[in-house]
Design a protein around this ligand. Structure first.
Ligand code: SF4
Length: 304
């Protein structure tokens, strides 16, 4: 069996910086409650590992981040790399919580573009995923934004002079082009700012370039948008067998065969150690005497 690790894979700079900020905050404030508002990244192992540093995560998909914030009475609140809305930011300050903001600079740059478009009185189309924290922050901050998940969501606005179009940083670069084409057809005057971040784009392009793999193992949490997009793009590019696993603990070894070429990648929210464990296990796989699947070591997962 040939194992092909794909590069780049795993943590992007925004995720790396967010986790580092959380760990540093807890270390410098040993007697203060530290709470992350929402999952710092969409990866349950990371959330579990942060607990070991006395960093709590407050997350419930049934509640918005504004609603969740009301459950934090004191201490430090960390905003995640996905960004946060103005109203949550203002409410946290009003309640005298200490704010640590891990919003990724790429997300901040998209938010700044939208703010400029708002000031210029442009109508704003935001291509993103409903319910995702990054798009939620945009929709909560800007009343006049239309969220577009699919072509059918493009509104009909006859006579609209200026339309500004941008997008969530972690969506599929292929899906977005179909939607942008449809927008331009309807609104030839639309100004387009493609904002897929470099980390997401490079990971998607690397998957598209795999030519000879029979299978692709994507390591990451199914809740992570950029992880799911990697699996989707690989399937669209004709890789016959694509599996998404959260860690080595979920690997189904019955899919392996000695003559296969298996590529391995990971979403931007997947710790390197989780992916390396999969690569190492596959590389040393003995079809005569297969080793037991190892366990994930949460205690050392976020060690640098
Ligand atoms: S995926 Fe992109 S936007 Fe999101 S944290 Fe990473 S670099 Fe930033």
């Amino acid at each position: 069996m040939e194992v092909i690790p794909i590069a780049p894979r795993g943590f992007c700079k925004g995720v790396y910086q967010a986790i580092r900020l959380a760990k540093q905050t807890a270390k410098e404030n040993p007697n203060v409650k530290v709470t992350v508002l929402g999952q710092i990244v969409h990866n349950r192992y990371v959330v579990e590992a942060l607990n070991k540093y006395d960093i709590q995560t407050l997350d419930d998909p049934k509640f918005s981040r504004f609603e969740l914030l009301s459950q934090i009475d004191d201490g430090i609140v960390i905003f995640t790399a996905h960004g946060i809305s103005k109203i949550v930011r203002e409410e946290a300050a009003r309640r005298n919580l200490i704010i640590k903001d891990a919003t990724c600079e790429d997300v901040l740059s998209t938010q700044a573009l939208i703010e400029s478009a708002r000031l210029a009185n442009q109508t704003i189309f935001y291509i993103g995923k409903f319910g995702h924290p990054e798009s939620n922050a945009i929709m909560e901050s800007f009343q006049q934004v239309y969220l577009i998940e699919k072509i059918e969501d493009i509104p009909s606005l006859p006579g609209q002079p200026e339309i500004f179009v941008t997008n969530q940083t972690t969506i599929s670069k292929n899906d977005i082009e179909h939607i942008i084409d449809a927008i331009i057809k309807q609104y030839p005057q639309a100004l387009i700012a493609r904002e897929i971040c470099a980390a997401t784009r490079l990971r998607q392009e690397a998957v598209e370039k795999i030519k000879l793999a029979d299978s692709l193992v994507v390591v990451g949490d199914p809740a992570s948008n950029n992880t799911r997009m990697l699996a989707k793009i690989a399937a669209e590019h004709g890789i016959r067998h694509v599996v998404l696993i959260e860690s080595i603990e979920q690997l189904d070894t019955t899919i392996l065969s000695s003559d296969m070429r298996v590529a391995v990648t990971a979403g931007a929210s997947t710790p390197q150690k989780l992916t390396q464990q999969v690569i190492d296990y596959l590389k040393s796989y003995d079809f005569e005497h297969p080793a037991e699947l190892p366990r994930v070591d949460i205690d050392t997962l976020l060690d640098e």
